[in-house]
Design a protein around this ligand. Structure first.
Ligand SMILES: [Fe+2]
Length: 264
């Protein structure tokens, strides 16, 4: 989920039937199949082990778009999370409320084939393939829950800063591992081009993760990222929110944002 405020979307999410089952069209099923087959190969040598382990736990079918009921069963067993079908776009309040209740929202539509490589709205491939594997990791899942609780009660200026934290971790985070630099951010892992670019391009900056720096760094949603923050473990994220995050938010407000590394 990218909780940006989109004015409108050309996508319409499917409503579940009375049994909670969402019926996808043959074309959507075919796009899902092609996305999954392609992206599994691309992330295999580039995603962190926690993500790859999560992908194994979810055991996504290539032939059917996943149903929230099945995903929830898998997540509940390992981290106590569930997923729920939501419309294409939901408000920040709804989003944070769900996270605070250990529920991850999944928009029930698949991108059009002409947008197979990039779309702004988060579709089910982004939500499920990008984010759900990491929700099998209990430390990471606890961080997400805590983020939801914190963002829900934050005032609007702090929410803008917290959105940056989400962006540079949950969406576009990198992690140092014994095997080298790897990806855990769902915005990267659901994108064919950015999965390769984030690790292999000489262009972007890859900075050691620092909460205050992340809160002060502006971003744009529609470009390859000019900067990534690299964590060393997931406890780092949890501890950031467990510590005095309000102090950091106040400092970030006082010091102001950095000049953007991208054209406006
Ligand atoms: Fe997302």
């Amino acid at each position: 989920m990218k909780f940006e405020t989109y004015e409108k979307t050309k996508y319409t999410a499917h409503l579940p039937d009375k049994n909670g089952h969402v019926h996808y069209t043959p074309e959507e099923t075919s796009v899902w199949h092609d996305l999954l087959v392609r992206q599994e190969k691309i992330v295999a040598p580039r995603a962190c082990d926690d993500y790859l382990q999560g992908l194994k736990i979810l055991n996504l079918s290539k032939d059917e778009v996943p149903q929230c009921k099945e995903l929830s069963k898998s997540l509940m067993r390992v981290s106590g999370w569930t997923v729920v079908t939501v419309p294409a776009l939901i408000s920040a309040d709804e989003f944070f409320t769900l996270l605070s209740r250990k529920i991850f929202p999944v928009a029930s539509f698949v991108r059009f084939r002409e947008e197979i490589d990039y779309l702004q709205e988060p579709d089910i491939f982004h939500e499920v393939f990008g984010h759900c594997p990491m929700l099998t990791n209990p430390t990471y899942a606890d961080f997400m829950e805590r983020y939801g609780i914190l963002a829900l009660k934050a005032h609007s200026e702090d929410r803008i800063l917290l959105a940056r934290l989400y962006w540079f971790t949950v969406e576009f985070g990198l992690i140092n591992t014994k095997k080298g630099l790897r990806i855990y951010g769902g915005g990267i892992l659901s994108s064919k081009n950015e999965t390769i670019y984030a690790l292999e391009s000489p262009t972007p900056q890859r900075l050691p993760f620092n909460g205050l720096e992340a809160l002060r760094t502006p971003y744009r949603i529609d470009i390859m990222q000019p900067v990534y923050f690299v964590i060393n473990n997931f406890s780092e994220l949890y501890q950031l929110l467990d510590g005095n995050i309000q102090d950091l938010l106040d400092q970030a407000t006082r010091l102001g944002e950095y000049p953007p590394l991208f054209a406006a």
